[in-house]
Write a protein that binds this ligand. Sequence first.
Ligand code: GUN
Length: 291
Amino acid sequence: MAQIIDGRLLAQKIEEQIRQEVGKMGIKPGLAIILVGNDPASQIYVDSKERACHRVGFYFEEILLPREIGQEKLIEIIKLLNENPNFHGILVQLPLPGHIDEIRVLSAINPKKDVDGFHFSNLGRILVTKRNTPDDALIPATAKAILLLLESTGVPIEGKKAVVLGRSNIVGKPVALLLLQKNATIEICHSKTQNIAAECLSADILIAAIGKPLFVTKEMVKEGTIVIDVGINRIEDKFDPRGYHIVGDVDFENVKNKASFITPVPGGVGPMTIVMLLENTLRIVKNPDIV
Ligand code: GUN
């Protein structure tokens, strides 16, 4: 039976440290979040980031833009935020509507204000680095959250076989690079991987970030594996007042009997991701020349 990694508790501890640090600062760290369109899931994420900012004493603004906004107009707004000294961090909530080129938009953010760490220059830093995680880069929040959750188990990462399910720019690829820096042997699986189950069975550390509800079953997990579940999937549920409930990419109830450690959904990676966003913002305030 696995030990449950309590992401909520760890996030609360780090958040409290941030709150105390902000209280002693002469300035209010500022975060701007751009949300394009009214996707309800994105709005929920942005709302929880806003609440976290207020809890730790940050200045926060949500810039809500219509779904039909043109790409150039969006980039103009980002450039204004780049120049605005009230904002230390700028985040564009993803996904963006299909007519907008996500990569062009993300690369319009000043890399020194890129709290998500999605700008080429920040992603490049985690590719071209010394052995350890660089202190001077803005690392994508989810990847950083996963690493801290792994480290919280006390089990060394070095030498372990880490299998990452999913090759997204925002989770799969960055977390694989961070694990490589920690001297894990990494493998990234994706939709074209042959026999994913066999690959998962070879993992000492399994990171599930593919956005497929309950994809990882107990047959895919070796006894004693550490399992980190990044998925946040909505499942229709007529007994839930919202009409849905949230499950991860892992069949938690069955996999927990085989894993040594496992993160729950909700209450695992999600709360840690939000606190890592706060931490990235604070790092910019403390080191404006971070890039
Ligand atoms: N959408 C889902 N995850 C993320 C994230 O980490 N950052 C942004 N900007 N959008 C997201």
